[in-house]
Design a protein around this ligand. Structure first.
Ligand code: F0G
Length: 463
């Protein structure tokens, strides 16, 4: 059944022209890019769904904030504005600005993780996984079973499997578990939310064993919207209250502010307990890697826009429109019989490429096939979240098989219109009609040792 498009909670003031290349030109561009979408120039993409990170449109208030930015090296007023906003929204005592999410991970994780220790998560995002491994740790994903079945419409498919998590803690020994990370929403599982109930349960287990609980907070507001929509006891609660309660269960958070805080650059580390000895170490690492602790790699103007965006991301009319875009796309895909991680998550639609190309094995990267087809078909740039992104086992070097083979259509915030979404669906329908004609996927001809999908070169596998 077709879902109605929720109208924008804003109007457009500034526009950026787009151009679309011919199919022949696109085929040349993608070959020159070695079939890696990260190697394309943005001007050669018509609709850019590579990521929802840092690609958001700021508001008039945020642009006004850019002009108010205080660029003092130490103690800038924009820093204090950011601190006040974070304390108010999340209720944490210590706030460390950093330049983006992975900087938060780089500053914090070596303080918590040492060689041979484990980190457990509902699911690690790729940079988060990389920073655990760079600190000498090993990652264990514990997402609920439902998440692994894209066609099963269950609520809160981003949840932690708490039973499995406890089993791992007792098998490995609690002293060997350095941290537990709750990624909200769960990006790698399809932008799927985590319920408040699940967060409470995970927190209780962490408290029982004395393991620090960290929120990977990139999409804190979208997660809260789902809690309100789908968790009965939160139906009448304000989004802001839900966020505050969610964060009360953790000890620290790392945030890529380039998502729900609707800015183009920024990150935050939060520590709940202002007396925690880790704060001095965070400051020291930040000064070494990011900059003095009152700016942490951000300009004053960035902190100003971020302080405003953190609130705008919580606006319920905006969130209704935002999640509405995903629901609209998903309902069109239902009509067309195109499988995706269902129900649709918060920041994009994750197409089930294994269902689209059952003939292509994981080591030929079916979701990369779909990503390349979308570019060739319509100039749409997307991103593979599957075996290609997962990479090789850090110990054996063997290609790992991912739980899913998703092509992610990440939707930037406040950027694309209903007509753009219709155009995307039409492209997918055309691709699905020809899907059986594609016999092979891609092989990697060059790859770097870590986070390979950003840089690797690929070529089509021939008969
Ligand atoms: N955690 C999550 C859940 C993320 O989705 C990301 C980034 C990060 C951490 C790292 O943050 O990019 O600011 O350094 N995700 C982007 C994406 C890149 O496309 O999903 P960052």
């Amino acid at each position: 059944m077709a879902i109605k498009y929720v109208p924008e909670s804003f109007r457009i003031k500034v526009v950026e022209p787009l151009r679309i290349l011919s199919r022949e030109e696109r085929e040349i561009k993608i070959r020159e890019a070695k079939y890696n979408l990260f190697n394309l120039r943005s001007e050669d993409c018509y609709i850019d769904l590579l990521t929802d990170s840092g690609t958001n449109a700021m508001s008039t208030e945020q642009w006004a904030g850019i002009m108010r930015g205080d660029e003092s090296y130490a103690g800038a007023s924009s820093y204090f504005k950011l601190i006040d906003a974070v304390k108010d929204i999340f209720g944490y005592d210590y706030v460390q600005p950093v330049h983006q999410g992975r900087a938060a991970e780089k500053v914090l994780f070596p303080l918590l993780i040492s060689k041979g220790k484990y980190a457990i998560s509902n699911m690690f995002f790729d940079t988060t996984r990389a920073h655990v491994e760079l600190a000498g740790g090993r990652c264990i994903d514990c997402v609920v079973k439902d998440a692994k079945n894209p066609s099963k419409r269950a609520p809160f498919k981003g949840n932690m499997d708490v039973g499995k998590m406890e089993k791992i803690i007792s098998e490995k020994g609690k002293e060997n578990i350095a941290i537990v990370v709750m990624t909200i929403t769960n990006n790698s599982a399809g932008g799927q939310p985590v319920s408040m109930k699940n967060m409470r349960e995970v927190s209780a287990v962490c408290n029982k064993y004395g393991i620090p609980l960290i929120i990977d907070a990139a999409r804190y507001a979208e997660n809260a919207y789902f809690v309100k929509r789908d968790e009965e006891e939160y139906k009448n609660r304000a989004i802001g209250d839900i966020v505050k309660e969610m964060f009360s269960y953790a000890d620290m958070f790392t945030m890529s502010a380039k998502k729900d805080a609707i800015v183009n650059m920024g990150g935050i580390i939060g520590v709940k307990d202002g007396d925690s000895p880790i704060i001095l170490k965070i400051k020291a690492n930040c000064i070494s890697y990011e900059g003095f602790y009152t700016y942490g790699g951000l300009s004053g103007r960035d902190m100003e826009a971020l302080a405003i965006g953190l609130y705008e991301g919580l606006d319920e009319d905006y969130l209704k429109y935002r999640i509405g875009q995903m629901e609209y796309l998903a309902s069109k895909l239902d009509d067309a019989g195109i499988a995706y991680q269902a129900p649709v998550g918060g920041h994009g639609v994750f197409i089930d490429a294994r269902a689209m190309y059952p003939q292509i094995p994981y080591f030929e990267f079916p979701a990369q096939v779909l990503a390349v087809e979308l570019y060739k078909e319509a100039g749409i740039r997307t991103c593979e979240i599957g075996s290609y992104m997962l990479g090789n086992d850090p110990d054996t070097g063997e290609q790992l098989q991912a739980e899913f083979e998703f092509t992610r259509l990440a939707i930037p915030r406040r950027v694309y219109t209903q007509a753009h979404l219709d155009f995307i669906v039409d492209a997918l329908i055309a691709i699905k009609e020809r899907a059986h004609e594609i016999k092979h996927g891609y092989r990697i001809t060059w790859e770097p040792p870590i986070l390979r999908h950003f840089q690797a070169s690929l070529e089509p596998v021939q008969e």
